[in-house]
Write a protein that binds this ligand. Structure first.
Ligand code: UD1
Ligand code: UDP
Length: 374
């Protein structure tokens, strides 16, 4: 029986790896699968584990307040050593581009396991944007034996780096598998969710909803100050709009956001939401403003226009389709584009078309079949 170890550490990795964990567990006649979390994130990770009902076999419990990249990287590598030695997996699965991804791929390579990279091949070709993710995913890519690329564009990036074609599989993004699972669960008659009920109480039905998220390290400091000032002006200029902003727990985000945006009547700052509540809120939004990677993939599937507060994106598919638009952290650009979508119906309709460049929800099934056939 092949032994699998699935390693992740942050909220987005957990959302995108949860359906893979479930798919491998369905095939427990062929695979012995264990889950290890670094807990690079704690509360935001636990929210996801609880929704997907995943109980990790190993929990390194590493998160420290306002942690830095140096000690986090070292702690992940040394923390994984006993896990890898005890379980001795044949295959280790890492996801995307976080510090957990990069450090876990190195540790797994040291253990002798084959490394499988899920969401492989995304590139901006700018090593400082996003920081440090572009370098993290390049390192994971150069170490990995098998590459599960979400799109043909990401496959081509890997081919250009001389990765052998037989080791690349285009799967779609596992986030669509997660989104479908979540939507089905939330819409089932037996499902009840206190968070969604609370959101219904907060959301003002008479106003158009702008949903905001943000956390990128390269936006910390002046970037977040400019973002907050832009949101403030959008809220003040548009009384028929309500901004709901679930604020990331990173102190470098919490501080400017609460200092600059608390006490504005039509801006609601709330704690990070569990995945189903966030999906519900995305579906109710008129417009999404974010620097998130995952949200750029989910929103086109829900037909929601996205303004991306970044200068670069490794997800060009939705930009090409016209459902996602890069505005950076420039205050006037954010205000100008948001106001355009609020006032120009043609521009809004053009951006709000349903589009699904990131797959059909069968990514995890394809990955399991690929590994079964090795
Ligand atoms: C990390 C990833 C980023 C990913 C993002 C998703 C790195 C370098 N960064 O950024 O690629 O897009 O997660 O959200 O891997 N915190 C809490 N509770 C939590 C989570 C975070 O309190 O559940 C606070 C802690 O003070 C922690 C800090 O946020 O030290 C920063 O967490 P960290 O994972 O280092 O960076 P993120 O900005 O979350
Ligand atoms: N998300 C969530 N609750 C929130 C905000 C976001 O569940 O309050 C989900 C969102 O649907 C997406 C993922 O978290 O799947 C994105 O996480 P984040 O923006 O932190 O990371 P990134 O995708 O940029 O790495």
């Amino acid at each position: 029986m092949k032994k699998n170890l699935i390693i992740f550490g942050t909220r987005p990795e957990a959302i995108k790896m949860a359906p893979l964990v479930k798919e491998f567990l369905k095939h427990n006649n062929k695979f012995h699968t264990k889950v290890c979390i670094t807990a690079q994130h704690r509360e935001m990770l636990d929210q996801v584990l609880s929704f997907f009902e995943i109980i990790p076999d190993y929990d390194l419990d590493l998160m420290k307040p306002n942690q830095n990249l140096y000690s986090l990287t070292a702690d992940i590598i040394t923390g994984l050593k006993p896990v890898l030695e005890e379980f001795n997996p044949d295959y280790v699965y890492v996801h995307g581009d976080t510090t957990t991804t990069m450090a876990a791929s190195i540790a797994s390579f040291y253990s002798g396991a084959k490394v499988c990279h899920v969401e492989a091949g995304l590139r901006t070709f700018n090593k400082r944007s996003p920081f440090p993710e572009e370098v993290n995913r390049s390192i994971a890519g150069s170490i990995s034996d098998y590459h599960f690329a979400p799109t043909n564009t990401s496959k081509q990036n890997l081919l250009n780096e001389n990765v052998s074609e037989k080791n690349i599989l285009v799967t779609g993004n596992t986030v669509i598998d997660a989104l479908q699972f979540s939507s089905q669960k939330v819409t089932s008659p037996s499902y009840s969710d206190e968070e969604v009920e609370n959101l219904k109480a907060i959301a003002d039905d008479s106003k158009r909803l702008i949903l905001v998220t943000g956390h990128r390290r390269e936006n910390h400091g002046q970037g977040f100050i400019d973002i907050c000032n832009a949101l403030k002006q959008i809220a003040i200029e548009n009384e028929d709009v309500q901004i709901i902003y679930p604020v990331h727990l990173n102190p470098n985000v919490q501080k400017p956001v609460y200092e600059l945006l608390a006490n504005i009547e039509n801006i609601k700052l709330i704690d990070p939401l569990s995945y189903p509540a966030f999906v519900w809120l995305m579906s109710k939004s008129y417009l999404i403003i974010t620097d998130s990677g995952g949200v750029q993939e989910e929103a086109p599937s829900l037909g929601k226009p996205v303004l991306v507060m970044r200068d670069t994106t490794e997800r060009p598919e939705a930009v090409k389709a016209g459902t996602v638009f890069l505005v950076g952290t420039n205050k006037s650009k954010i205000i100008e584009e948001a106001n355009n979508l609020l006032s120009n119906e043609q521009a809004y309709l053009k951006m709000s078309k349903l589009h699904n460049p990131y797959g059909d929800g069968t990514a995890c099934d394809s990955i399991v079949k690929f590994i079964s056939n090795l």
